[in-house]
Design a protein around this ligand. Sequence first.
Ligand code: MLT
Length: 428
Amino acid sequence: MSNTATLEIGGNKYEFPIIEGSEGEKAIDIKTLRGATGGVITIDPGYKNTGSCESGITFLDGEKGILRYRGYSIEDLAEKADFLEVVYLLIFGELPTKEQHDKFHADIKDKAIVDEEVKKILDGFPKSAHPMGVLSSLTSALTAFNPSSVNVDSEEDLYRSIVKILGKFPVLVAWTMRKKQGLPLDYGDNSLGYVENILKMMFRKPNEEYTMNPILVNALDKLLILHADHEQNCSTSTVRIVGSSHAGLFASISAGISALWGPLHGGANQAVLEMLEAIREDGGDTKKYMAKAKDKSDPFRLMGFGHRVYKNFDPRAKIIKVAADEVLGDLGVEDPILDIAKGLEQEALKDEYFVQRKLYPNVDFYSGIIYRAMGIPTEMFTVMFALGRLPGWIAQWREMRQRKEPIGRPRQVYIGENYRNFVSLEKR
Ligand code: MLT
């Protein structure tokens, strides 16, 4: 293949370089297109064919069902690493040594206090507020309590902001859930591992000792790893584009949380569970719901199937499916919802309609079942996704700033009115 692409417009030919990624992915570099052609641009709503950046963090091959963080397969990481190792890997590019891991953890713990005044903000929300809205607001509010701006050219400054958000975010997650449940807002326990501490902060009851359950620790560790990054998805692109205006890390992450909330993105895990519940309440007939999903005139929408970039099994869904079986088995939970989920999956895998459209279960399909078995309320599922995605957002924000990417500012093709003379109010 030639390493240039030729474009012909109105008889004029323009050449553009083709750049190649480390896994052989090719892209036509059209940076000079508008200038060279005197105003022609490309249009690609939803960016299905548009690379917004060059990135060295996550590799994804949707056709083959491959996902790697910094070159390591998601399968290996989910089985062999803990979440904090993955956090370090994503942000700094290498797996930490034991010494680096311990120092990183110690630095995070050192910053894991949230200003008490933040509780007043939380108090202002009604109990009925959706946890994602609350979390996004509190994350944005952190900026006000940590006002020094980050000098991204200083590794030290950047590192300080990173450990701050990694320390404070789990506290905000726990407070968001506990406020809804009317429980006291506590801090973590610095003697515990990062994930153990999250569980204790979320579930500790004021009148009894918290007993750590290794099954839950293992399950949460795995879930967080599986959600930790997914290249240029909607929320990550949001974080990068907000950050490209040189808005701070916390503000950019707050915007990412809002982007994640939607049911077409992270909010899908809540929507899947609600759908499975509704099917159960209606008698659990999976065949009936598969037929509804295929019927274009039926408003029912099958959630958790298909993915923008995976045209094969989402590798994360494979891991989560096995984990869901293990966790429910280990906890002795018999959940009819899991049977309904498996029924839908089986129906879909042998149904021409789904096979042809490559509609396989995605990461959101099984994650809610594990969260539910762990005792996490349905409305908190997307918050758990955000907790997992935090290192990905940080890594992508850091990469974008360190590569000195320009402000994200797409163009448009204007389809509105042509020039009109202004008519004053009395004459209209
Ligand atoms: C994600 O993990 O962000 C979702 O699968 C969505 C995506 O990648 O587009």
